[in-house]
Design a protein around this ligand. Structure first.
Ligand SMILES: Cc1cc2nc3c(=O)[nH]c(=O)nc-3n(C[C@H](O)[C@H](O)[C@H](O)COP(=O)(O)OP(=O)(O)OC[C@H]3O[C@@H](n4cnc5c(N)ncnc54)[C@H](O)[C@@H]3O)c2cc1C
Length: 377
């Protein structure tokens, strides 16, 4: 006699970035049948590297992929924070403050690869753009309408889902801040860490595979990497040798996070919910936290929104304030920043990083009869 399968709840996930793929794995663990819609023809990330704090690694452990991510990461970087005159601003090593050995730097494409491999191919629909959604769980593509018990909006800062379901909320705000990031196929030359200057910041981190992750940001009106050409070495050399074809340049965008992250059967996660300035390096980490938390609250969407709102607002708020610290508008403000940071003996950095790294995921309940057949429809 043919066995009757219990009907699993179904989740449709719009967007296969870091947030969407994490949510897919987490919901699979919670016993949901998932389908990920990704408009790009394949799962990949053009962005350079990403720093993962202990909170992100704990969330990845909860869904069983932490060790695979660690295997393609460089663990820990004990960098310094200096000003333009080479003076150390934060006396303790920034890597120690941020998480010590539980800090990882990973190439984005490699992170996406680990996440996508943890999901069966039949759950992934690449080359499929979502054109509409409904609060009743409908997802519209060129191929027709599919209905779900849960729709996860993980479609990034310009989220189509957010625009449709939260009209008038979550508007995209331009910061005027330019950002550049690129990978160099050689280890860092001496200095590792960040230089906080006037109207700009520059970061140099080692990346797995003997590579260097270089990143820079500058205030409105500074539209070229040339701004850093006379910064202290090794910044000037990195800028001079940068291959334009490998540089990713963006204007930083933020959104005003909607009051509730859920409406009907739809939940917002990642940049679609709370795109923020990257000065704390936490956007992807929060997208990972969202995906894992959503799976723990998938039967109680209001609980998900409640669990996430305060945290994402706090991190967004700190990230915005950090802009004025890492790239003050003029020299007098930079001098005041240097004095203030040097006089607050690591306490400020410790408390900021404390907020970040203390977070731990809510365990995801895995229905016992589902465990053997995760993901199957
Ligand atoms: C300069 C810079 C440096 C950063 N550094 C860090 C860092 O060190 N650490 C960190 O944690 N974060 C960092 N971030 C933030 C981080 O990159 C983002 O927060 C993170 O990538 C968001 O992931 P996401 O999955 O929510 O969205 P996205 O990465 O934007 O993914 C959205 C996905 O949805 C797909 N999509 C969009 N619309 C549709 C549609 N209609 N139909 C189907 N698919 C669709 C897209 O193709 C994409 O694959 C940085 C950001 C910047 C700009």
């Amino acid at each position: 006699m043919e066995q009757v399968r219990s009907a699993r709840p179904r989740a449709g996930i719009v967007g296969g970035g870091i947030g969407g793929l994490t949510a897919a794995i987490a919901l699979g663990k919670a016993g949901w049948a998932v389908t990920v819609y990704e408009r790009a023809p394949e799962f990949t990330e053009v962005g350079a590297a990403v720093v993962l704090f202990p909170n992100a690694l704990a969330a990845l452990d909860e869904i069983g992929v932490g060790d695979q991510v660690r295997a393609v990461s460089l663990r820990y970087s004990s960098g310094a924070i200096r000003n333009l005159r080479g003076r150390t601003l934060v006396s303790r090593r920034s890597g120690d403050l941020a998480g010590g050995r539980d800090l990882a730097i990973v190439h984005r494409a490699e992170l996406i690869d680990v996440l996508a491999r943890a999901i069966p191919c039949e759950c992934l629909r690449t080359g499929t753009r979502v054109t509409g959604v409904g609060v009743g769980g409908e997802i519209v593509t060129d191929a027709g309408v599919d209905c779900y018990d849960l729709v996860v909006a993980a479609d990034g800062v310009h989220s189509v889902v957010r625009q449709q379901i939260w009209p008038g909320e979550g508007t995209v705000e331009r910061t005027g801040v330019s950002a550049w990031r690129w990978i160099v196929d050689a280890p860092p030359l001496g200095f590792v860490g960040q230089v906080w200057g006037i109207a700009g910041e520059f970061g140099i981190l080692p990346s797995a595979g003997d590579r260097t992750y270089a990143f820079a940001g500058a205030r409105r009106g500074i539209g070229s990497l040339e701004y850093f050409a006379d910064w202290p070495e090794p910044v000037a050399q990195l800028v001079a040798n940068a291959d334009p074809a490998r540089i990713i340049e963006d204007e930083l965008l933020e959104i005003r996070t909607p009051k509730s992250l859920t409406r009907g059967k739809v939940a917002l996660i990642g940049d679609a919910a709370h795109a923020m300035r990257p000065h704390l390096g936490l956007g992807a980490a929060l997208a990972i936290e969202d995906g894992v938390t959503l799976a723990a609250y998938a039967d109680d969407l209001r609980g998900y929104s409640k669990a996430r709102r305060r945290r994402v607002h706090a991190v967004q708020w700190i990230s915005r304030r950090m802009s004025t610290v890492v790239m003050p508008a003029n020299r007098p403000l930079a001098v005041a920043r240097d004095v203030a940071v040097r006089m607050s003996p690591d306490a400020l950095a410790l408390s900021i990083y404390g907020v970040i790294k203390r977070w731990r995921p809510q365990p995801i309940a895995c229905p016992p009869h589902e465990a053997a057949s995760r993901f199957s429809p």
